[in-house]
Design a protein around this ligand. Structure first.
Ligand code: TRP
Length: 442
């Protein structure tokens, strides 16, 4: 067997895991879902969900990964016996599916970044987005993104993933903070902040707002398909896993929140509310450039910063997705890392081409693998750890963490609240598949 990778440092692991979590979901999905889900009502639910469901499931993934030191297929086999290997296999396929559309969106981001650098974003951003999101340009941009991802993965855990994350993540934090400061100088942003920060409590009890927040949190935290199992499998024993889970979840949520402090003032300053809700998937790609264009040179600078941040966020997430697929091939098929990265990444690059030809396909895949299957995966993980594997899980958690009371609370959540919430969310995620599928044929 090939020697397994390992993180060079604790900070390296944290930055890589935060890099996997912080992605398009934070800067694009969160603001969009919040704008459609009643603004602050959605935000409050989101926080609750991260805390009550996200952190326990994230901890469960870290515990499985560190305990087994295996990629998801072998890890699930070790935790639940051979009869549970299919869960790990499903995780790998879900990772494959997510990256196949994620890389397409990353391509759109890269394309807009290049357009802003060249100063060539046209007035009609709706037509521009239509032109760049489907067709040859979209395919090329998608392939470039996959190529970058493969190059990082084939260099290894420490020399590839960790090194890139340690440079890119602090850069990303700075860029986003700078954008939030800039956004606060926009006139007319006040109502944007109000919408974003002032909860309309009547919206909190809408089932759709609740399950929307749940699905969004799951995607944003990269849960439910073994990405965190995989990253934790490169950890040495005995660290404090709940603390790590808390740092990762907090950072991810903070970036999403600060991202909203950028997008909402922008949307309201430029009066883009209608554009945003008209163009689900293209919201930020159409509305934000339109607003920025009206600012001339300053808008160009902001556009470059904004789309650089988005691209960095997307790249480190794409890396975490490909690592799930590659590590499975390394562990289960005995492939070298380079082979796993190139063949796995190459296959995903091909599978992504339909998405680069049809953004409805991107939307459908997001609903299918980015929502329904993730939530299903999280549900299975909660049941597996909470019911089948609880004693070993508890022992693993308590090596390096000294609160038996919290360990008990964790297991209790995994047995009760978490599966219940995820089952309801799954139900709505499955219902949402209908309209997403219909869009494919209209
Ligand atoms: N969390 C990332 C985002 O918010 C996307 C992502 C990366 C992901 N790895 C994942 C989502 C694993 C689900 C599972 O954009």
């Amino acid at each position: 067997m090939v020697q397994r990778g390992a993180w060079g440092s604790n900070v390296g692991f944290i930055l890589a895991a935060v890099g996997g979590a912080v992605g398009l979901g934070n800067l694009w999905g969160f603001a969009y879902s919040a704008s459609q889900g009643g603004g602050a009502a959605f935000v409050v639910l989101y926080f609750v969900f991260v805390l009550v469901v996200g952190v326990p499931v994230l901890t469960a993934e870290l515990v499985i990964g560190r305990h087994t030191k295996r990629s998801p297929i072998a890890a699930l086999g070790q935790v639940g016996g051979a009869r549970l290997k299919w869960v790990g296999l499903m995780f790998v396929l879900v990772g494959f599916g997510i990256l196949s559309f994620y890389s397409v969106i990353m391509g759109w981001t890269g394309r807009l970044l290049v357009d802003f650098i060249r100063g060539s974003v046209p007035e009609d951003t709706t037509a521009h987005f239509a032109a760049i999101s489907e067709g040859t340009g979209a395919i090329v941009a998608h392939l470039v993104g996959m190529l970058l991802t493969i190059l990082v993965i084939s260099r290894g855990v420490q020399r590839g993933i960790e090194r890139v994350s340690v440079v890119l993540m602090p850069t990303l934090f700075l860029l986003i903070a700078a954008l939030a400061v800039w956004a606060s100088t926009l006139s007319g942003g006040g109502p944007g902040y109000a919408f974003y920060l002032h909860p309309d409590l009547s919206r909190i009890f809408h089932t759709e707002t609740i399950t929307g927040a749940a699905g969004q949190a799951f995607f944003s935290l990269s849960l439910g398909m073994g990405a965190m199992i995989t990253y934790a499998s490169y950890l040495p024993g005995h660290g404090n896993l709940p603390a790590k889970a808390a740092i990762i979840a907090l950072s991810d949520t903070l970036v999403a929140f600060v991202g909203g402090l950028v997008t909402f003032p922008v949307i309201f300053h430029f009066g883009l509310q209608q554009q945003v809700s008209d163009s689900a998937i293209g919201a930020l790609f159409i509305a934000v450039p339109r607003g920025l264009l009206s600012l001339g040179g300053a808008g160009q600078v902001v556009g470059i910063v904004f789309f650089s941040a988005l691209y960095i966020a997307a790249l480190t997430s794409a890396i975490s997705l490909l690592e799930v697929v590659s590590s499975a091939a390394i562990d289960s098929l005995g492939w070298t890392r380079a082979r796993a990265g190139w063949l796995g990444g190459g296959a995903i690059a091909l599978a992504g081409i339909p998405g680069a030809l049809s953004s409805d396909w991107v939307g459908f895949l997001f609903q299918l693998v980015g929502q329904a299957f993730l939530v299903f995966g999280g549900l299975l993980l909660a049941v597996i750890v909470g019911y089948l594997w609880k004693d070993a899980a508890r022992a693993e958690l308590l090596s390096g963490f000294r609160s038996p009371a919290l360990a008990t609370a964790w297991i209790w959540l995994l047995r009760t609240v978490v599966p219940l919430m995820l089952a309801v969310t799954l139900y709505f995620a499955v219902l949402a598949l209908g309209p997403a599928a219909k869009a494919l044929f209209s």
